[in-house]
Write a protein that binds this ligand. Sequence first.
Ligand code: CDP
Length: 206
Amino acid sequence: MNGFTVAIDGPAASGKGTISRAVAEAFGFAHLDTGLLYRAVGARVLEGVTPEDAARALVPEDLESDALRTPEVAQAASRVAAVPEVRAALVDFQRTFAARAGGAVLDGRDIGTVICPGAQVKLFVTASREVRARRRCAELQGKGHDVTLEEVLADVTARDARDMGRADAPLRAAADAVEIDTTDMKIADAVAAAVALIKAKRVDHS
Ligand code: CDP
């Protein structure tokens, strides 16, 4: 089966990354966390490079650094993500990845709406802001970052506003996306729901 694409969008720490990794594992699809593209550009901007130059010079190896996971880089990412030239420079890489023969899952903010509007499966993963902040705080503290819940909540709130409010490719669900609200869900149940949906679509697609 060629070019089966799963698009998973949603706000920060909604569970989309965990669901995407599990789906990729279950079906043998390649996975691209597109947030890393914007984080890598944001990290270069913090070093003094212009957003446009950083986006044009991006190479896949830039996505591998653990330093991209900090709240400072997340804020820088959401600022560069509002720059149309930055978004435009990253489109081809994402679309090429999405079209790979063995199937692909991409997670981000605009995958179902802009990058892969023809994706066979579109999911929109949400959760309440408080639950997302608590999850992200535990994740960061688990990795040894010195953050408080208030700081993480402020980061998530600021990024939600910027990501939903920007003119170019704002965060929103595609009209044909299936929404999964993970606020009161165990992550295993959210993964199972996503896997079941994809299985059904794959039968239709084959
Ligand atoms: O992991 P988390 O959900 O916190 O963030 P991320 O997915 O790594 O994305 C970091 C930032 O990149 C977001 O706040 C967005 O501003 C931006 N982004 C975007 O604009 N479009 C995407 N497809 C992915 C991320």
